[in-house]
Design a protein around this ligand. Structure first.
Ligand code: MN
Length: 295
């Protein structure tokens, strides 16, 4: 089979054919997919009924798994549904396989994924690719939307580009959850979610292109007052998520979607909470702290 990619949005995002994600890839396939990610930022693979082991094996063709000692959420490890190591549960199910109660603080926390964000932007070295596999999909809603942060950067006016070139933001899960009114965090959780610094403008190692590194986890800009920073970040996010920069993915069972967290933002969309949504994510580590990037 030969990897082939068709662009599915005017600004970015592609659909890949000619790959079986359940099987080992050739070096040529890996290189073609990587080049596709550099170019499109988001790649959609349809009819890929991977199990956890196959998703993990496919993921590892493209780098190392992200690994941190603290969880990137409030769910405890012993709450997991027994998914394999390296597979993150993004379902609305609890450990018994029941839909999480609407009163559960874990559900409150998960709702924060419906804000625009970049995975692990609250980590010292934020994530590279995320890979999401659709196992059970609700009958209505539940799209994932992606925003092209290179296209958005390119479309900024020159004054704004100059103003933001060297700005540093602080990102934390505390800021994104605060934004939806969820502030009920334990002292241990707050300590685990200590803000980290990220550049607002990233330069991609492989392409040299600049992108906006926005995320609802961003809560401050160094040297700015909080209201000024939050208002500006909100303005930039509004601009960067205009329709011309957004691809909305309608999920089907067996879809596998890869996005590059360095060049895109994403958000989950509403669905009927009485229906099961079982999607599973693998996440690749980024290469360096954003503050270390060289122009
Ligand atoms: Mn996410």
């Amino acid at each position: 089979m030969t990897v082939s990619i068709r662009q599915i949005h005017p600004s970015f995002a592609g659909e890949v054919t000619g790959v079986d994600c359940t099987q080992p890839l050739s070096a040529g396939d890996v290189a073609a997919i990587q080049a596709g990610m550099d170019h499109y930022g988001v790649l959609v693979f349809r009819d890929q009924p991977v199990n956890d082991d196959q998703q993990l094996a496919f993921t590892l063709h493209f780098g190392k798994l992200e690994a941190y000692n603290t969880a990137g959420h409030i769910k405890k490890k012993d709450d997991s549904r027994g998914l394999g190591a390296g597979i993150a549960d993004f379902s609305n199910l609890d450990k018994s396989g029941n839909i999480i109660s609407e009163q559960d603080r874990i559900w409150f926390f998960k709702l924060g994924d419906r804000l625009w964000h970049s995975d692990s932007s609250f980590r010292p070295v934020p994530a590279g690719y995320s890979l999401l596999s659709g196992r059970t999909i609700p009958t209505w809603g539940a799209n994932t939307e992606f925003a092209d942060m290179r296209g958005a950067y390119d479309a900024l006016d020159d004054r704004t580009k100059a103003e933001i070139e060297d700005l540093i933001c602080e990102h934390s899960l505390i800021f994104s959850r605060e934004a939806i009114g969820f502030t009920d965090l334990t002292p241990e959780e707050r300590a685990a979610f200590t803000p980290v610094r990220q550049r607002l403008v990233r330069i991609q190692e492989r392409t040299g292109r600049r992108s906006l590194f926005l995320s609802s986890h961003a809560g401050t800009i160094l040297g700015w007052t909080i209201p000024e920073a939050r208002m500006f970040l909100r303005d930039l996010t509004e601009f960067a998520t205009r329709e011309q920069f957004v691809y909305s993915h309608p999920w089907h069972v067996g879809d596998l979607v890869i996005w590059d967290n360095r060049t895109t933002m994403h958000r989950a969309r509403r669905f009927d909470r009485n229906e099961v949504r079982d999607v599973r994510r693998t996440t690749l580590a980024g290469h360096a702290a954003t503050a270390e990037q060289v122009a």
